[in-house]
Design a protein around this ligand. Structure first.
Ligand code: SF4
Ligand code: SF4
Length: 293
């Protein structure tokens, strides 16, 4: 696909070589699971597992310290010559663990001046950290936005913990939404490419997603990613009815009138490694390496 935004040559090259932002590319990406905590509570999540906003539910990735993440990166880079992207996508929220996220990017940038940095977040702390992300060399950020209506948000988010206060109901959703949108504006001003993930939740936000995507066109979002809800076992939404693949694709098609849509998301683990089609994370886990196999 042609890029329509006015990107620098570096951003254009990094976007075209990122397997999630550019549909046809077969490069490898690696998620570093350095961020275990989360600052909100989604009704489809169970914090025993990885963040559902970017992951397969029911999956648990082992958490790494920044130094361990660097070691793992060096090991994987040796083996995967097409490794082009390092991402932080949980297992909680990358920005709820900002010190670890920052240190991980800093260490890897010292070892590799070129590799693309991307990150995925619920967006609550995006306005706080957008400048620092740009300074660290992060060029691609995914924000999960499920609604632009706090009434709907009150049915999706159980709580939001912001600056030491626990919010619930519409107020919680309003704070989250304001920061998500403010965060997108900041990303655009800093020249960072943004993607918005939206979890399709039948009877809760399905009828509203087209309106949400229309609104996103005001924020320079590069691509949208409407994802199937696969609620975590033990979560409040565990028994929700699911949209069919056809309903999902029909909605994506409808929304692509306003904003380019992703059709190839694999809902990866927080420690995913490899191309989107071939996850090799199992080969590189601490537990596997320590057992000598
Ligand atoms: Fe779970 Fe992710 Fe929601 Fe946090 S943002 S509660 S980790 S799904
Ligand atoms: Fe890309 Fe989707 Fe995997 Fe994220 S979850 S790395 S957007 S394929």
């Amino acid at each position: 696909d042609k890029l329509t935004l006015n990107f620098t040559p570096e951003i254009k090259r990094k976007t075209e070589s990122h397997p999630c932002y550019s549909g046809g590319c077969r490069n490898a990406r690696m998620h570093l699971p350095v961020a275990p905590a989360c600052n909100i509570s989604c009704n489809y999540c169970n914090r025993k597992y990885d963040c559902v906003n970017e992951s397969r539910p029911g999956v648990t990735s082992e958490v790494l310290k920044p130094e361990e993440a660097l070691e793992k990166f060096l090991r994987v880079r040796e083996k995967l010559k097409n490794l082009k992207v390092i991402g932080i996508a949980g297992p909680g929220d990358a920005l709820a663990n900002f010190e670890a996220t920052k240190e991980t990017f800093r260490l890897i940038r010292e070892a590799d001046p070129e590799i693309t940095f991307c990150l995925s977040t619920n967006g609550l702390y995006l306005p706080h950290y957008a400048e620092e992300l740009a300074a660290l060399g992060v060029t691609h950020v995914t924000v999960t936005i499920n609604t632009i209506d706090p009434k709907i948000g009150a049915r999706i988010y159980r709580e939001v913990n912001y600056e030491g206060v626990r919010y619930t109901g519409e107020k919680a959703s309003e704070i989250l939404l304001n920061n998500q949108l403010e965060g997108l504006k900041k990303l655009s001003g800093l020249g960072i490419v943004s993607k918005v993930n939206t979890v399709l939740i039948k009877d809760i936000n399905d009828y509203h997603i087209e309106e949400l995507v229309k609104e996103l066109t005001r924020y320079d979002v590069f691509i949208g990613n409407i994802m199937q809800l696969i609620p975590a076992p033990g979560s409040a939404f565990e028994h929700m009815p699911l949209a069919t693949q056809k309903e999902l694709n029909d909605l994506r098609k409808k929304c692509s009138k306003y904003l380019k849509q992703m059709y190839h998301c694999q809902q990866c683990r927080a420690d995913a490694i490899g191309t989107l089609e071939n996850d090799r994370s199992a080969e590189f886990r601490k537990s596997v390496l320590n057992s000598g196999s």
